[in-house]
Design a protein around this ligand. Structure first.
Ligand SMILES: CC(=O)N[C@H]1[C@@H](OP(=O)(O)OP(=O)(O)OC[C@H]2O[C@@H](n3ccc(=O)[nH]c3=O)[C@H](O)[C@@H]2O)O[C@H](CO)[C@@H](O)[C@@H]1O
Ligand SMILES: C=C(OP(=O)(O)O)C(=O)O
Length: 422
């Protein structure tokens, strides 16, 4: 297993190109199952999660051509002959549940392993199941698999119990081929939902209201191929903003989408990061120590849970005390004990964390526990005095494209110690 060794204390200076969004690309890859014609995608990040999703689609019979050099993928689901997402692939990535809606909608049948593990919370998929049942699918859980059947799905009005991102995506993909109209109430409004809806519309779907909490879908008989460019990754962008807030210096982030980062930019400005934005770029500079900023995670357009760990890392070296509340996942503070190993002062009480900034963290050996927890440890390592070793960085590789080389190009001192020597 690879490790990262970070020698902290180097301010960051230079430009970073932001990659395509993992959480937009994953549902978009699944949407290719909805048509027999090729779907050509641009700005698909070269990440382990993307490779896992491509393997899963290939197992079903989808032909894929991935050019990781220029971040394009072409998918051809003309001959799908295996309507199953097996456990060995689903266990590594929860987003695999996103094949369920498209398979039932187009082929009338699917068998998808229940996503295993629960890194950041229980994360059930009951709302995906409830919604598909409302669309007329017969659903059962058999031997750890969700098994769904429907001759043709029928439009329905669906109110989910909570706002769910992949739940909204799964149901939207199911409804585009259903007979009649579907209304998704309490829908997620994340930019990744809008990106998926835009691809589906390019494929011939009839969708309105995406980006609001009420999405109306008029089912069509069939979809056709399309070409689509995936939106920039707002969480990768926010992670680099936190890195410069903690380590100091000045960064320009290119190919970004600042309009999807309102809540994150507001909080980082409160922390003292000077931020200028243009259509697709962000310039951020930090002098001196950040100021403590409290925040509560919320559904979009609120502060994203996927940025909680990274902004917590900034707060560990800030001047003052910050109160953080995690409202989306019940177990998303696993980075806290690792940050504490580096000298951070954090107290947890249920969903609330109180972070008292210290003037300096000290490098230590720490363990990555999930994707964004890993990113918070990188940020802490950049700000810390001395060397930090981060173990189990396969979590980081799930969701960040060449993070250490992007950071090294702007002055960070990070070395990957590969599996054999690790
Ligand atoms: C691949 C992807 O896009 N992942 C993102 C997606 O995850 P994901 O779509 O899994 O997260 P959800 O929005 O579904 O989860 C929100 C909350 O609803 C609960 N819930 C969800 C569905 C359900 O059927 N039952 C249920 O109880 C979850 O346990 C959680 O507490 O949105 C999360 C919230 O922004 C992000 O952190 C993840 O990065
Ligand atoms: C939690 C995340 O991803 P996933 O939903 O794939 O676990 C994430 O991107 O931070």
């Amino acid at each position: 297993m690879d490790k990262l060794q970070i020698t902290g204390g180097q301010p960051l200076h230079g430009e970073i190109a932001i990659s395509g969004a993992k959480n937009a690309a994953l549902p978009i890859l699944c949407a290719a199952l909805l048509t027999a014609e090729p779907v050509h995608l641009e700005n698909v990040p070269a990440l382990n999660d993307i490779r896992t999703m491509l393997r899963l689609l290939e197992r079903m019979g989808v032909k894929s051509a991935h050019d990781s050099g220029n971040d394009t993928v072409t998918l051809d689901a003309g001959k799908v002959d295996f309507l199953e997402a097996p456990y060995d692939l689903v266990k590594t990535m929860r987003a695999s549940i996103l094949v369920l809606g498209p398979l039932v909608a187009r082929f009338g049948e699917a068998r998808v392993s229940l996503p295993g593990g629960c890194a950041i919370g229980q994360r059930p998929v009951d709302q995906h199941i409830k919604g598909l049942a409302a669309l007329g699918a017969e659903i059962s859980i058999e031997h750890g698999y969700v098994v769904a059947r429907a001759k043709r799905l029928k439009g329905a009005s669906i109110l989910t119990d909570m706002v769910t991102v992949t739940g909204t995506e799964n149901l939207m993909m199911a409804a585009v081929l259903a007979e009649g109209q579907t209304v998704l109430e309490n829908a997620a409004r994340e930019p990744e939902i809008v990106d998926l809806a835009e691809l589906l519309i390019e494929m011939g779907a009839r969708i309105q209201g995406h980006g609001t909490d009420r999405i109306v879908i008029d089912g069509v008989e069939a979809l056709h191929g399309a070409t689509h460019r995936v939106i920039p990754d707002r969480i990768e962008t926010g992670t680099f903003l936190c890195a410069v807030a903690a380590a100091g210096g000045e960064l320009v982030l290119r190919h970004a989408a600042p309009d999807t980062l309102g809540a994150v930019i507001d909080k980082l400005r409160d922390a003292g990061l000077a931020i200028e934005t243009g259509g697709d770029w962000i310039r951020a500079s930090m002098r001196g120590r950040p100021k403590a900023v409290g925040f509560r995670t919320r559904e979009y357009p609120g502060f994203p849970t996927d940025m909680q760990a990274q902004l917590m890392a900034v707060n560990t070296v800030a001047d003052g005390t910050a109160v953080i509340t995690e409202n989306i996942f019940e177990n998303r503070y696993m980075h806290v004990q690792e940050l504490a190993r580096m000298g951070a002062q954090i107290e947890i009480d249920g969903p609330t964390a109180v972070v008292t900034g210290v003037p300096e963290l000290s490098g230590a050996t720490v363990m990555a526990t999930d994707l964004r927890a890993s990113a918070s440890l990188v940020i802490a390592g950049l700000a810390a005095k001395g060397d930090t070793i981060i173990e189990r960085i396969y979590h980081l590789d799930r969701g960040y494209q060449r993070m250490e080389s992007k950071l090294c190009n702007v002055g960070a001192r990070i070395q990957r110690i590969s599996g054999a020597g690790a």
